[in-house]
Design a protein around this ligand. Sequence first.
Ligand code: HEC
Ligand code: HEC
Length: 320
Amino acid sequence: MKSIVVLFALTLLLFSCGGVVDNHQTLSEAQQIQATPLSEFWQPLDVFDIKDDQKSKEVLYGRDLIIYTAYYFGPKGRIAQQTNGLNCQNCHLNAGTKPFGNNYGSVASTYPKVRARSGKMESIEKRINDCFERSLNGKPLLENSKEMRAMVAYMKFLGENVKKGEKAAGSGLKDLPFLNRAADPSRGKGVYELRCASCHQSNGQGIIDGIGQSYVYPPLWGPRSFNNAAGLSRISNMAKYVKYNMPLGVSHEAPELSDEDAWDVAAYIESKPRPHKAVPQDWPDISKKPIDHPFGPYADQFSELQHKYGPFTAMKKNKK
Ligand code: HEC
Ligand code: HEC
């Protein structure tokens, strides 16, 4: 009888030892997970942890201007009425900090730089005003205004943990392979109705707040949208932005649209009317113009239609 009890106890011990071994494995897995950083992508330092009072005020004001741009500069702006009512954050997500959400991680480290579009050395101020004039289809800010200085201070703060000359991992937009056909606006319309219209509306005009000041869901085309000279007027930028950021809430780690859906819905949006801006100075060296620029002149013989929607592979080869 006694030996049976001992045997039983031994068996129990053996099983629980097995348990201990398992626990060990689980523990070391957990330790491994803890050891890898939260994200391998750039994240800014904490904006609410700036010790210097004056710097803190300026940086936070800059961040505010990025998030609530319409409140300051929209059609009912309290400082001036000089934009279409979009916020910078509508396209530079999470105040310009989201990985592959068109973030500002590399701005401080790479500007001033020569840009092919202007053919000139561009400061951060000039680049910000580019988005005021194109993405916000509006007027530029004075380069020494309090607001411009605050936005630049914010972007410089974001870049404090990025080495000069280097690019932050996950900044800007994530690449998307070309389709082997032209992107198709009519197929894109189907994607749009299913995945986008609930917020941006079937007519693409979005939804404005109760006092007509700021968009809850921004417009994607029409008179209050970005103009044809803006970055998102290039289908590749639109497809990359949408694939990894829309419908609202997705990320580059968990996108929901297939590559085809992203290109086609981008084509549908680009097929719609939007404000035009005359930019005769753009691309002084026309061979540097991106292949998907939506309007000519071009350095090659491909049609405007193909430049707008693809297929791009042959064009890209030709450019090389
Ligand atoms: C409609 C979308 C949209 C809005 C709104 C917008 N931008 Fe942009 N912005 C873009 C896109 C797209 C790019 C990248 C374009 C490219 O590389 O061709 C860009 C690029 C930039 C860059 C350069 C980033 C880099 O790493 O080189 C800065 C700085 C910038 N925007 C600032 C602003 C500011 C400030 C505002 C608000 C006043 C604003 N943007 C509003 C779409 C937008
Ligand atoms: C749940 C609501 C929602 C859905 C669905 C949604 N969006 Fe958005 N979208 C937003 C919001 C909100 C913003 C602005 C983000 C911000 O300010 O943080 C935005 C921004 C955008 C922008 C940049 C701003 C502009 O006005 O140009 C584009 C382009 C865009 N969405 C395209 C799409 C496409 C294409 C789809 C469908 C695949 C889609 N969205 C689905 C809510 C949505």
